[in-house]
Design a protein around this ligand. Sequence first.
Ligand SMILES: NC(=O)c1ccc[n+]([C@@H]2O[C@H](COP(=O)([O-])OP(=O)(O)OC[C@H]3O[C@@H](n4cnc5c(N)ncnc54)[C@H](O)[C@@H]3O)[C@@H](O)[C@H]2O)c1
Ligand SMILES: O=C(O)C(=O)C[C@]1(C(=O)O)C=C[C@@H](O)C=C1
Length: 294
Amino acid sequence: MTAPVFDRMAIIGIGLIGSSLARAVRAEGLARSIVCSDANPEHAARAKALGIVDEATTDPAEAAAGADLVMLCVPIGAYGSVAATIAPALKPGAILTDVGSVKQAVIEAVTPHLPEGVHFVPGHPLAGTEKSGPDSGFAALFPGRWCILTPLPGTDDTATRTVADLWRACGMTVERLEPDHHDRVLAITSHLPHLIAYTIVGTATDLEDHLRHEVIKYSASGFRDFTRIAGSDPTMWRDVFLNNREAVLDCLQRFTEDLTALQRAIRRGEGDVLFDLFTRTRAIRKGVQDARQA
Ligand SMILES: NC(=O)c1ccc[n+]([C@@H]2O[C@H](COP(=O)([O-])OP(=O)(O)OC[C@H]3O[C@@H](n4cnc5c(N)ncnc54)[C@H](O)[C@@H]3O)[C@@H](O)[C@H]2O)c1
Ligand SMILES: O=C(O)C(=O)C[C@]1(C(=O)O)C=C[C@@H](O)C=C1
């Protein structure tokens, strides 16, 4: 792998992921100039003040103009309007790529605006936290994590390899998947867990006053873990659920059926049903930890 060096990299949306990338690109010397744009003028100004970008603007077209690589790091609901705004500014041969948590909807939002001669390589670094904004980013977010690229049948292979090399240079392991397959896998590994966390924390805060007070006071690690996930960015996650609707609803249907089966087992006192499931899931937890350490 030869680490790519871009003359001008544009990052549109300098929040958690955009600013983490800017920091990693700076640290690894992957761009001669990094320019960012953010709809929030305070985020653009902060990125400049932190010294993680060379230029900052609120105009995405100004940032994208002349860039050899443009990385979209905005919430998924903003992709269509950002793509339409930057399209006339993209230079021929430029690579347009992204970090969005859903891939089919991103492809549908961006491709109608794609100018001739611009290479679009959809991507998703599987790394994040519950935080948002430019101060929350860090370069160490990426090493040792997966990045999935979902190129389309007509995507230029050189452009795909360049994007893969960029993420590898940031420490990630890169794989390719079909966009709809990506969305179905992420629905169960990422989107459903977030939905469950939002629900359980919502349920706890809807309890009567005295109970709610004690839930917060005595919250041990189980509930605390859920509150971390449920503290994730509302805009980002609203857009994820609205844009991966079918895969999430399908998972949710199965989850609801399994939950109902557990409910019945508890009511009937079927300890073996509970014990067998918990034994299976404990083995899965061990497998996940072993895979992480490998
Ligand atoms: N947070 C995670 O764990 C995570 C992980 C992987 C991928 N992603 C994806 O990364 C993208 C960004 O998420 P994030 O966590 O960095 O969110 P974030 O809220 O930290 O950053 C998003 C930034 O985009 C800006 N923005 C919003 N609308 C815009 C617009 N129309 N034009 C320009 N800027 C705009 C916001 O002001 C903000 O600074 C999302 O598409 C998300 O699905 C997030
Ligand atoms: O660790 C977290 O806080 C995350 O939510 C990260 C996480 C995930 O679900 O694993 C969230 C969304 C992404 O698109 C990728 C990663």
